[in-house]
Design a protein. Structure first.
Length: 270
């Protein structure tokens, strides 16, 4: 049955674009395999290589670490939206979309929804790996679901940011360098792998206002992995981490969804 209302057609087109990206993953399983291997590698690397050298008072390093690995993985996982859009532009896929009677927004929705599915699988794989190395959820099921939801919400917002950047660079190779320059400081100058209060003052201030730090803090709280006696921090973002993540993700979506759609429309009209 062909949808008749504009909203129904928009939803149908969005699902078709999403399905196209999911089928692409099925046909090129290397994408999924290497995407899922990375978080496993980081969990094992930090747990067994650095875990014995980093002491976390009131807890073990594995429980402290996992929220940081979750956040790092979904943030870097969002870069696939940018690289995929840049590759589609290079391969001329966007020119084919121009001939179809569909909204420009649905192409981007399909792209970001597909990456959201990959990030969900990554989180599940990380949780299983974490359980194997000793990580545990010390909260209730609703709080755990809320932690996963925050991770996916933040990753979805970052996917729109990276999709916009991917359409703004000249080649798919450039997006990898750009994403590294932008995301590496956000993930490593944060409370993801060490407590923020152990950093030098300039880096500590940056970490306390870093949105990734808010995401990590929120996930730690919701999974019940905050070490006893750990100072929360003096900033509003650290004291209200779940709300800060929701507000930050909403702002990114409000800013970059229109920017990405406008950028795609200009490219498609050339």
């Amino acid at each position: 049955m062909v949808p008749t209302s504009p909203l129904a057609r928009f939803m149908s087109d969005g699902w078709i674009a999403t399905r196209r990206n999911l089928i692409k993953i099925k046909r090129v399983p290397d994408i999924l395999v290497f995407t899922l291997l990375q978080p496993i590698m980081f969990v094992l690397l930090f747990t067994y290589v650095y875990g014995g050298a980093i002491q976390i008072p009131g807890s073990n390093y594995t429980e402290f670490l996992m929220a940081g690995i979750f956040a790092q993985t979904v943030v870097f996982g969002a870069t696939y939206s940018g690289s995929a859009m840049a590759q589609d532009l290079k391969d001329g896929i966007i020119d084919r979309f121009r001939t179809l009677p569909m909204s420009n927004a649905t192409v981007l929705i399909g792209r970001t929804n597909g990456d959201l599915a990959i990030n969900l699988l990554s989180v599940i794989v990380m949780m299983v790996t974490g359980f194997i190395v000793g990580w545990r959820i010390n909260s209730g099921p609703l709080q755990a679901v809320a932690a996963v939801a925050l991770l996916l919400l933040f990753s979805y917002a970052m996917s729109w940011v990276m999709a916009f950047i991917g359409m703004s660079v000249r080649s798919p190779e450039v997006i990898n360098n750009v994403s590294f320059i932008l995301l590496f400081p956000l993930t490593f100058v944060s409370n993801a792998f060490v407590p923020a209060d152990t950093l030098p003052t300039p880096l500590r201030i940056f970490a306390e206002w870093n949105p990734v730090s808010a995401l990590v803090q929120a996930v730690r709280e919701l999974f019940g992995n905050v070490p006893a006696g750990t100072p929360v921090g003096d900033t509003w973002m650290q004291q209200n981490a779940p709300a800060a993540v929701v507000i930050g993700a909403a702002l990114l979506l409000v800013i970059f969804v229109p920017l990405a759609i406008s950028k795609f429309s200009r490219i498609a009209s050339r």
